[in-house]
Design a binder for this molecule. Structure first.
Ligand SMILES: Cc1cc2nc3c(=O)[nH]c(=O)nc-3n(C[C@H](O)[C@H](O)[C@H](O)COP(=O)(O)OP(=O)(O)OC[C@H]3O[C@@H](n4cnc5c(N)ncnc54)[C@H](O)[C@@H]3O)c2cc1C
Length: 187
């Protein structure tokens, strides 16, 4: 696949979609988006955006699809296998503004959560209601739920509770629905 570069016209369209305060083009500012925690790999994107709504994400993807611009979604950038690296350049869509737990449904043991929520914050909110979300990567204090889901991440509790795959009821770029446990003995 041959991708195109982000032209001034496309950048202008990106600015119109998300607003210029949510667009990063400076080399120094993009440094943090050029790597994750994978050792020694660095790829600069052409542009980074921080959308705040599903409508914005949809419009960005439509624009990039029309112009064959490579897109890389990014969570917290703690990945160890380079998934968030913009190896083809193009647009990085940073999901950090999607940071709300939308609903914790205690009766049906389900939660609806945005992908930019820090995993441990979600676990704590669920625990405060006497429930358990058992997926516990060691990076839970900094990684995002969206990165966990996309990456298939887990921790020691996988042995007892199964993998994250078994907890996701529904997902898209901007929203995940997760299964919860009633509180029992926690490993
Ligand atoms: C100290 C440390 C300890 C760790 N411990 C563990 C561990 O115990 N278990 C484990 O499994 N991993 C562990 N990891 C690796 C890493 O934390 C996990 O892979 C984590 O799930 C990555 O989440 P993230 O938010 O940082 O995602 P990122 O690294 O930003 O992205 C990961 C992948 O998800 C995609 N992505 C992110 N958000 C979205 C979205 N909204 N829509 C679509 N795709 C998206 C990205 O494109 C990328 O492919 C550890 C890492 C560190 C640095």
């Amino acid at each position: 696949m041959v991708y195109n570069k982000i032209t001034p016209d496309i950048l202008s369209a990106i600015n119109q979609i998300v607003g210029s305060d949510a667009v990063i083009t400076g080399h120094d500012e993009m440094e943090q988006f050029s790597h994750d925690e994978t050792e020694d790999l660095r790829y600069y994107p052409e542009v980074v955006v921080k959308p705040k709504s599903t409508v914005e994400v949809a419009a960005l993807l439509k624009l990039c699809n029309e112009h064959l611009i490579p897109v890389t979604p990014r969570g917290a950038g703690t990945g160890l296998s380079g998934g968030a690296l913009p190896v083809m350049g193009g647009l990085v869509i940073a999901m950090e503004r999607f940071n709300q737990v939308i609903a914790i449904d205690e009766q049906n043991l389900q939660a609806t959560v945005e992908p930019g929520v820090i995993t441990e914050e979600f676990m704590n909110q669920v625990a405060a209601k006497g429930l358990l979300y058992p997926i516990d990567p060691a990076s839970k204090g900094s990684c995002f739920i969206g990165g966990n889901v996309s990456h298939g991440s887990g921790g020691p509790r996988v042995v007892k509770y199964g993998t994250i795959r078994e907890y996701i009821l529904n997902r898209n770029w901007c929203c995940h629905q997760a299964k919860l446990y009633g509180r029992g003995p926690i490993l």
